[in-house]
Design a protein around this ligand. Structure first.
Ligand code: ATP
Ligand code: MG
Length: 483
């Protein structure tokens, strides 16, 4: 394996790396760093926790030190927490440069951000939505000179998930220069390769870690088959077990909805577990505060939605529990990748109901590895089943009384207004559409019924004929016998 200096990295950066415990380049760094330093576009696909961030931060800092100006580099990433984490890596590694960075994410004050942008920071790290808002609404900054455009978690930025970034990306791409270096990184690039190539247009250098299994070797991947109703009891049992056996372990629990996230947190707290939550319905300040509490180890359990599935680098995380089986193998890869990072060991546990077995098969197909069953004392789980389920119900009632659903509706309306839509009009439109759909459904049903009737009648006709013939035949006979 080569060292950083043979890859062309300057001594001052090598010193900075050493201070962070980065002594030898990881494969993604070894392969992508020289190409980026040569001025090529680059697409890097390497497993979770393999040092992709430094693979782009280091060459950008080196180029910036040779020709410092602002805005030199724009980094886009799908989540706010990830934006802060990337900015921190730039700050730490770029300390000798007196680096000026600026973080542009939703949920924070726009005026402050606009002011910071106007001061021409060297590096801007942003989530696409908020940056596009600034571009649309302000002319106090421009990105005409940027040398580097980086998309971290590039496949997520391009796919049309529940948060769709494609429109915002278009706005951003329309204001950055065509002559630039584009760097795209993720642990799961391959499904979106074509779309990515349209962004990194200059014959990008493409590097993918060569390994059949798409999750890291140090990760022990387990599953537990459970009926839906026993899931929470398993969860409480597992956490109790891990806390008894390993006091210092931190655990991330992923679940599918914000509401579930909140309920699970309340429930675990009822059992005296130190739990905090992270989901997109929380105020941004709360999100940061909760993540900080978890990172510092004050709270050992984080319950999160997929907003925390990608990129977060928290070395103390020893266990990832999937409270729901992820619907997409890709999401599974990122979720379990929050543990077993940078050569450390970790465990992932996926709770699987009978309805999720096909999802597990899809996951195993993609990662090219089999999940092993995790054995649990079932009698221990059954002992706490009633208590856990009653506690959950109590938490649900408590949450309902705080108008969680109503808040969700208000948030939805706010988001629509921000998108320039009228929520009432949208609601009416949706109702109209529903009416049309229902009418069509009824119409189809009527046609279907009448076709069915006709078919039945046709089927019945030959039988009727047969019966008539039989009746005729028998009357004939009776004539002949003289009856
Ligand atoms: N060469 C290195 N040697 C040792 N540790 C490293 C090296 N490069 C990076 N690291 C550390 O490895 C950890 C994981 O790095 P990073 O967050 O960049 O992973 P990633 O590949 O982006 O993962 P993900 O796909 O989950 O985003 C970080 O704590 C980082 O400081
Ligand atoms: Mg990363």
């Amino acid at each position: 394996m080569s060292d950083f200096s043979s890859l062309g990295l300057s001594d001052w950066l090598i010193q900075q790396c050493k201070q962070m415990g980065i002594n030898k380049p990881t494969p993604v760094q070894e392969n992508c760093l020289p190409a980026i330093l040569q001025g090529r576009d680059c697409m890097g696909c390497a497993k979770t926790g393999s040092g992709k961030t430094a693979a782009f931060v280091l060459p950008v800092l080196q180029k910036l030190s040779e020709d410092p100006y602002g805005i030199f580099c724009l980094v886009l990433t799908p989540t706010r927490e990830l934006a802060y984490q990337i900015a921190e890596q730039f700050r730490v590694l770029g300390k000798p440069l007196a680096l000026r960075d600026c973080i542009i994410v939703g949920g924070m004050d726009m005026v402050t951000q606009a002011l910071e942008l106007s001061k021409k920071p060297h590096i801007v790290v942003a989530t696409p939505g908020r940056l596009a808002d600034h571009i649309r609404s302000s002319n106090t900054f421009n990105m005409k000179q940027i040398r580097f455009l980086i998309l971290d978690e590039a496949d997520r930025l391009l796919e049309q998930g529940c948060t769709d970034f494609t429109k915002d990306l278009e706005v951003i791409l329309s204001v950055v220069p065509a002559k630039r270096q584009t760097l795209l990184f993720s642990a799961t690039l391959t499904d979106t390769l074509q779309e990515l190539k349209s962004i990194a247009m200059n014959k990008p250098f493409f590097w993918e870690s060569k390994s059949e299994v798409r999750t890291v070797e140090e990760l022990d991947q387990r599953y537990i088959l459970t009926p839906e109703k026993v899931k929470d009891a398993y969860l409480v049992h597992l956490i109790q077990k891990f806390q008894d056996e390993h006091e210092d372990w931190s655990i991330i629990i992923f679940t599918n909805t914000c509401k579930n996230c909140q309920i699970l947190m309340m429930m675990l707290r009822e059992f005296d577990f130190p739990a905090v939550s992270l989901h997109s319905m929380m105020k941004q300040k709360q999100r940061f505060a909760n993540l900080a509490k978890f990172k510092s180890g004050v709270f050992k359990i984080l319950i999160a939605t997929d907003v925390a599935a990608r990129g977060l680098d928290i070395p103390t995380v020893q266990v990832v529990i999937n409270h729901n089986t992820p619907g997409l193998p890709k999401i599974y890869i990122h979720r379990v990748g929050r543990t077993a990072r940078a050569g450390r060991h970790g465990v992932s546990l996926t709770l699987v109901t009978q309805y999720d077995i096909h999802l597990v098969q899809a996951i195993e197909g993609q990662i090219q590895a089999k999940l092993q069953e995790y054995s649990v004392e079932e009698s221990e789980v059954l002992k706490i089943l009633t208590q856990v389920n009653v506690t959950r119900r109590e938490c649900e009632i408590k949450l309902e009384s705080t108008d969680f659903d109503e808040k969700k509706e208000i948030n939805k309306r706010k988001a629509m207004i921000l998108e320039g839509k009228d929520p009432d009009l949208e609601q009416k439109r949706r109702e109209e559409l529903e009416k049309i759909r229902n009418k069509r459904k009824k119409f189809k049903q009527r046609i279907h019924e009448s076709i069915q009737k006709k078919q039945d009648a046709i089927k019945r006709k030959p039988q009727k004929k047969k019966r008539l013939l039989q009746e005729e035949g028998s009357s004939h006979q009776s004539h002949e016998t003289g009856e």
